[in-house]
Design a protein around this ligand. Structure first.
Ligand SMILES: Nc1ncnc2c1ncn2[C@@H]1O[C@H](COP(=O)(O)OP(=O)(O)OP(=O)(O)O)[C@@H](O)[C@H]1O
Ligand SMILES: [Mg+2]
Length: 457
């Protein structure tokens, strides 16, 4: 095979014998193999040339098995190149590392000791897939915020969800700005995607912005863009989210956390439809439909003076409230079956159903983290299950119920604090890990820690 058409694979492990074994295995398959013995060496190599695939171990320093080094490395690689396929090797039986790695964007995982045939076929598949993805993405406008991927299926057969479905149906095709409210993980984003997909703007971009997570310093430049030289770091012109969403939909997530100065700036644009890039005096106009979402009680934010009423009226032409999962138990079996199917396919697992005990546990549990928590529980169960039926113990729900009972007597704020403390305890005060357990972004968790005066050190 000519050298140029050969695929290049980078392998990383701190054990020389593992590197050697993998090299001997993959070289005869026509791959060019580079090796690295530390995360730093991987980043250096990946920064220096293009690879078709990177295969990394999760643990580097001897005697650690947490996988944290590998997970960090994975995130850094993703930052470097979103489309670079990364496959991770995990210690045998360490389900949680595999889950964490897949959540951070690993394409697949392999347990050590590996099966040679599976390893080779997995490397081949992801190299091919990776090339195909790169080609497709070259054709698309290069911006990862433009997520036009198909709308995920919305499961909502329960009576509590009927008004939501009606609204999505009626309001979707309109041009109305919509505010979506609901607790964490109730499906606000999936509702926003559904609205966009049903609108005349469906072929145009849906741009998703975590509005509550933008710091004061970058807010304007992110939303409205800037011109080269507008400030020290402005090395080139930058298009803002509003312009990216032109003709399409802008989804402003976590709007309830928007600080008041930024509320004023946003209001101005929504009133006039006009804005300027930072550092430019040229007035630009865009045609954007705004969908926003929040899990805070926005009416209370308004009455307590934290959220501008005039801005709320611009945003909530129509308001859609997503009920918590505990108020729509009929949906649980359907959601569980749906997640079981998708996760089993993703992990090549064989689970196809739940046994009786597991089913009733799913129904009884209070689901403080709503649909997202259910999805995570099923994801884990898919990996734990040894038979085709998921059993009660695979769900790992036991012991959580006590807390869940008490949760019903708490205010939302008390419950939030309670869950945050619990997640911190479970993760030994590792904020990133706690955020993951809570289904929050790291910055969203930090904000809450500040708000509630919780010390995570
Ligand atoms: N009705 C549903 N049918 C199928 N999947 C759902 C449904 N509701 C939520 N999901 C899935 O559950 C997960 C959480 O949903 P989503 O991200 O939309 O929630 P959210 O309300 O935006 O949460 P947060 O407030 O934490 O941002 C997603 O993976 C989503 O696809
Ligand atoms: Mg969300």
């Amino acid at each position: 095979m000519p050298e140029a058409s050969k695929k290049r694979v980078l392998i990383a492990d701190d054990q020389p014998d593992v590197l050697e074994a993998l090299r001997l295995l993959l070289k005869p398959e026509g791959f060019i193999i580079d090796t690295a013995a530390s995360p730093a060496a991987v980043l250096e190599a990946a920064g220096a040339r293009d690879y078709d695939l990177v295969l990394i171990d999760l643990n580097y320093t001897r005697d650690t098995t947490s996988g944290n080094e590998g997970l960090d490395l994975l995130s850094r690689l993703r930052e470097l190149d979103e489309l670079l396929p990364v496959v991770v090797m995990t210690a045998w039986g360490s389900v949680s590392s595999a889950v964490a790695a897949m959540r951070r964007g690993a394409r697949d995982y392999l347990e050590k000791p590996w099966d040679n045939r599976r390893l080779v076929s997995l490397v081949r598949t992801h190299v091919e897939l990776g090339r195909a993805l790169r080609e497709t993405s070259l054709l698309q406008t290069e911006n990862r915020l433009l997520r036009r991927a198909g709308v995920p299926e919305l499961i909502a057969g329960s009576r509590a969800m009927a008004p939501v479905l009606t609204l999505l149906e009626r309001v979707g095709p309109s041009e109305a700005n919509v505010l979506i409210t609901g607790e964490h993980g109730t499906g606000k984003e999936i509702a926003a995607r559904t609205l966009h997909a049903r609108s005349a703007r469906a072929e145009r971009p849906l741009v998703i912005v975590n509005a509550g997570g933008l710091s004061e310093g970058v807010f304007e430049s992110e939303l409205f863009g800037h011109v080269k030289g507008a400030f020290t770091d402005a090395k080139a012109d930058r298009v803002g989210y509003f312009e990216l969403a032109d003709g399409g939909t802008l989804f402003l997530d976590e709007i309830g956390n928007l600080p008041s100065r930024q509320q004023a700036k946003l209001l101005r644009v929504l009133q006039t439809g006009e804005f300027q890039r930072v550092g430019s005096s040229k007035t630009r106009t865009v045609d954007v439909r705004v969908i926003s979402a929040t899990n805070v009680d926005i009416a209370r934010e308004v009455s307590e003076g934290r959220f501008r009423e005039d801005l709320l009226y611009r945003l909530n032409t129509v308001q859609i409230h997503l009920p918590p999962l505990r108020d729509r138990p009929e949906d649980i079996p359907h959601l569980a079956a749906h997640f079981l199917k998708t996760q089993a396919a993703r992990y090549h697992a064989r689970a196809t159903g739940f046994d009786r005990e597991a089913t009733s546990a799913l129904l009884e549990y209070a689901w403080p983290g709503n649909v997202r928590e259910l999805e995570h529980v099923i994801e884990r169960a898919v990996l734990m299950a040894e038979a085709s039926q998921v059993r009660l113990e695979d769900l790992g729900l036991r012991g959580r119920r006590e807390g869940a009972d008490r949760l019903e007597e708490m205010t939302l704020e008390e419950a939030e604090k309670f869950l945050i403390r619990k997640a911190l305890a479970r993760s030994q005060n590792n904020v990133s890990r706690a955020a993951e357990l809570l289904g929050l972004s790291r910055s969203a968790l930090y904000r809450r820690l500040q708000q509630y005066g919780i010390d995570a050190s």
